[in-house]
Design a binder for this molecule. Sequence first.
Ligand code: KIV
Length: 266
Amino acid sequence: MTSITLPTLLKKVAMGEKWAMLTAYDAAFARLFDRAGIDMLLVGDSLGMVMQGYENTLPVTLEEVLYHTKCVARVVERAHVTADMPFMSYQASREQALLHAGRLIKEGKAQAVKMEGGSELAETVYAMVQAGIPVMGHIGLQPQQIHHLGGYKIQGKDLSDIEKLLSDAKILEEAGCFSIVLEGIMEETAKQITAALKIPTIGIASGPYCSGQVLVMHDLLGMHPDFRPHHAKIYIDLFKEVTKAIHEYMDDVKGGIQIENRRNTA
Ligand code: KIV
C-alpha cells in the first residue's frame, strides 16, 4: 500500500480533488479510517474534549498529543498524519516550539504539525519549515483562544475581521505553511481566503468552498448523545447503534444465550 505523502496530497488538490480529513486519536479508529481510504488524519487537541472529557482544549499537554499520535501513526498504512501543537507548546519561544514540533515528528511519527494563530506565528512557521517540519496553519475560530473569544463564535463577519483573516492567511502562506485550516469562518469569507491563496485550505464550519474539509470524528459518527454541532452531518448515530448492541449483549448474557463466535466447533 502506498502512503499519502505531502507531494501526493498537493498533486491531488492541483488536480481538483478535495482533501477529506478526519480527526483520530487511537489505533482502532485510525485503522478503520485508513482502510476506508481517508486522505488525512489529524490528531487534534480536540482530544482534550472528546477523549479526556475536558470542557475545552487548554489542559491538553504535549505528552498527551504525543501519546495519541503514536497510537495513530503506529497502525496507519497510507493516510497522511498531522499532529496538533497543544496550548503553550509553541507560544513561549521559537526554540521551544521547534523542539516540541520535532518530538511530534521524531517520536510521534507525524508527517506534519498544526498550530493555531496568524501573523504572530510567521517566524516560528518559517523556522519549522526550514528544519524540515511541514506546518498546517489554523485561523478563524481558534479554540485555544477561548478565554479571549468568550465562546465558540463564527469569525469573519465584519470588514476588519475579514481583512485580518486574509492578511494572516497570506502571511502564513509566505512563511511556508503547506495548508491552512479555516475554522468557524463565514462561508463567503472562507471562499475569498481560499481564492486568494496558492496553498489549500481545509474547512470546518466554514462552508463548502475550501480545498478540503475536516471533522472531529465523534461529531460525524454521532458518538455524543447531547453534543451535535450544526456544522457536522451525522453519517451514523453510533451512540444509538452501540447502545442497541450493548442491550442485545446484556439480554444474551442474562438469558444464558450463546455469545461465542463458534467458528471453530465441528
Ligand atoms: O483539534 C482539532 O480537532 C482541530 C480541528 C477541529 C481542526 O483543530
